[in-house]
Design a binder for this molecule. Structure first.
Ligand code: K7E
Ligand code: CUA
Ligand code: CA
Length: 629
């Protein structure tokens, strides 16, 4: 066994570096994808020399990850935007950024945080102007992506948000009052009945000025939100911090890591112990405890006590199980078959394998740890290809390590025998995500590695560097991991989910029945005035607004409700009003409302900020604000 430590880590020799296997013939990408979809087919295809006959003299060929102009990608990737507060939508394998979805940030181009409804949603969720999104997780039915929603956390302000995958827009945000920093995020599998936000930063409980400098009294909670209503249901209190989270596949166990079991307040204290935890939450038992009234209410939320020092049971069932994991563990992810939760050691060069069913039987939860594989320096996160392999990022070693899950269960604890291959990445990877790896049906073809540092990989753009998101092809076990693409991204994605394109069915125009506001057709225009309030109902259409001018009095509170009455997809308008901080976007058949005060007399050109036709610049109206006398 090689010597390994958290600062260095061993290196496994592989023949497959960045230059890839020279014998690897160019096969059309779509054939690859098809082959990859058929279980096991790919290995035989790529390993088959017959296929390579007569092609060995070709130049070394890469996996074809190109998507030619006019063609569409096979997958959506949803990347978190980190402290940009948004979610980005990429196509895989092209790595083209297709869209950004504002969540906790305001965004002029999408009118998000400008119209009354989204402004109120952000206001009710705390009124912050930013958030820190990390873990975008789409909803699933029967452990497969169902195209309904995407959920995401706010690590900055203790919130969770829901994005509609019909409209690719944020439709709900919930503020979690007992959280300071919601880090991990994931729905309860198999059917997304609940969504979990994992509270990272332990604070006094309640955080009302008590126990300021008594960190031993600080607590974290796991919060459960009902997916459909997006109502906060309950919290579970733990006497440790919590970090990342993932759900088992059978609707029972939810797992969260903890790196600060010491409840320390500085690095030295937080790393004092040799082990921290993977915390396993028994969801049915917790729900039964809530049902039986076994909770205290805090900030309006039922809080069940799952601390180690409490009884921590309902009807003899444990609520929360604490599994010792070395050292300051970080990522946790459940294998596609639902058998294991795999926890990365971060400061320890190992990944620990927890057998989920064993948690129901063992007296000592540590007995559920059935394997511990030595993967290398700084393991953070693990993804799966559905062929029994795990892929773990090594932050310290700047590598991805591929290893065999069952071999790791068979091997001695701490062995590196299960390691199959290591591949450099550039540089210092955080998360990695394989296509549909968070479901029971990983597609086994693409692996996206989100590197924290890009250093020399792109043209320099000043002291703020982009991140480097690297695409690997993992569909060929003989050729090994193949690096096919570097992609700079704006700071800073933490995690992503990759969803087969055919699982989503986004709308291309709005269905007016899905919107709260009444549709304003061309016959419905009116201006109502009452006591310093003006309500304008109008529409937008190439190339005019429902009113050529809107006359109001200085000091009036003006509400504009407008519908884009276009039925043709991709024809958007906006209502931009200079010097009033107004720009609402209107996609076809969409109705939005904006309220502002006309507090300065004068002429203000209302214009359309979406380029909608050759006469887009002529699409104008005037706001005439008469001076108060
Ligand atoms: Cu490792 Cu928020 Cu999942 Cu950053 S987290 S990388
Ligand atoms: Cu309507 Cu530009
Ligand atoms: Ca620790």
């Amino acid at each position: 066994m090689n010597e390994t430590d958290s600062a260095g880590g061993q290196t496994v020799e592989t023949d497959y570096g960045e230059d890839r296997n020279p014998l690897f013939a160019r096969i059309p990408r779509r054939d690859f994808v098809k082959a990859g979809a058929a279980a096991g087919a790919l290995t035989s295809v790529a390993g088959c020399t017959g296929l390579l006959d007569g092609e060995a003299d070709r130049p070394a060929a890469a996996v074809d990850a190109e998507v030619p102009p006019g063609e569409l990608d096979d997958y959506y990737a949803f990347l978190s935007g980190g402290h940009s507060g948004d979610v980005r939508v990429y196509g895989i394998p092209s790595m083209r950024q297709i869209m950004r979805i504002p969540v906790f940030n305001i965004e002029g181009a999408r009118g998000y945080g400008f119209d009354d409804e989204t402004r109120a949603m952000l206001e009710e969720a705390g009124g912050y102007t930013w958030g820190d999104t990390h873990h975008p997780r789409p909803s699933q039915t029967d452990n497969v992506y169902d195209g309904r929603w995407l959920f995401i956390n706010d690590k900055a302000n203790g919130r969770m948000a829901r994005i509609s995958l019909k409209y690719f827009e944020t439709d709900a945000i919930v503020d979690l009052p007992n959280h300071q920093g919601t880090h991990g995020a994931c729905a309860l599998m198999p059917d997304t009945r609940l969504v979990f936000g994992v509270g990272e930063l332990a604070v006094p409980f309640p955080n009302d000025g008590r126990d300021l400098d008594n960190p031993d009294a600080y607590r974290s909670t796991l919060s459960a939100i009902e997916a459909e209503s997006f109502d906060h249901q309950w919290d579970v209190l733990v006497d440790t911090n919590l970090d990342n989270g993932d759900s088992g596949k059978e609707g029972k166990w939810f797992f969260a890591t903890s790196y600060n079991s010491e409840l320390g307040v500085n690095e030295q204290e937080m790393t004092a112990d040799d082990t921290d935890y993977c915390v396993a939450f028994n969801v049915p038992a917790i729900e039964a405890a809530v049902e039986a009234g076994e909770y205290e209410e805090m900030n309006g939320v039922p809080v069940v006590d799952g601390t180690k020092e409490s009884a921590n049971t309902h009807d003899g069932e444990p609520l929360v199980r604490y599994i010792d994991i070395p050292t300051n563990p970080h990522g946790v992810s459940v294998t596609p078959d639902g058998q294991y939760a795999i926890v990365s050691g971060k400061l320890d060069p190992t990944c620990s394998i927890i057998e989920i069913d064993a948690l129901d039987e063992v007296d000592d939860p540590n007995d559920a740890v059935v394997g511990r594989v030595n993967v290398g320096g700084g393991p953070l996160h693990t993804a799966y290809d559905g062929r029994g392999h795990a892929y773990t990022t090594l932050f310290v070693d700047s590598q991805v390590v591929k290893w065999d899950i069952e071999a790791a269960v068979e091997a001695e604890m701490g062995s590196d025998d299960p390691v199959i291959e290591k591949h450099d990445c550039h540089y210092s990877p955080g998360h990695l995500i394989a296509s549909e790896s968070y479901t029971s049906e990983p597609q086994g073809d693409w692996l996206l590695v989100l590197n924290k540092l890009s250093k020399d990989r792109f043209l320099p753009v000043g002291p703020v560097f982009p991140e480097n998101d690297q695409l690997f092809y993992i569909g060929d076990d003989d050729a090994g991991m193949q690096l096919v693409k570097d992609t700079p991204t704006y700071p800073e994605p933490h995690d992503a989910s990759i969803v087969r394109a055919d699982r989503l069915d986004p709308a291309t125009v709005y269905d007016p029945d899905d919107l709260e506001l009444d549709y304003v057709g061309s016959a419905d225009t009116e201006i109502d005035r009452e006591d310093g309030r003006v309500h304008v109902k109008m529409y937008n259409q190439r190339n005019h607004f429902g009113f050529e001018e809107i006359t109001v009095q200085e000091g009036d509170e003006v509400t504009i409700t407008s519908t884009n009455i276009e039925t043709e997809e991709d024809i958007l308008h906006s209502i931009a009003i200079p010097e009033h901080d107004v720009n609402i976007k209107l996609a076809p058949q969409e109705t939005r409302e904006v309220t502002f005060t006309a507090d300065e007399p004068g002429v203000y050109w209302i214009y359309c900020a979406y380029f909608c036709s050759a006469l887009h610049l002529e699409m104008r109206s005037r706001l005439l604000v008469q001076p108060a006398d």
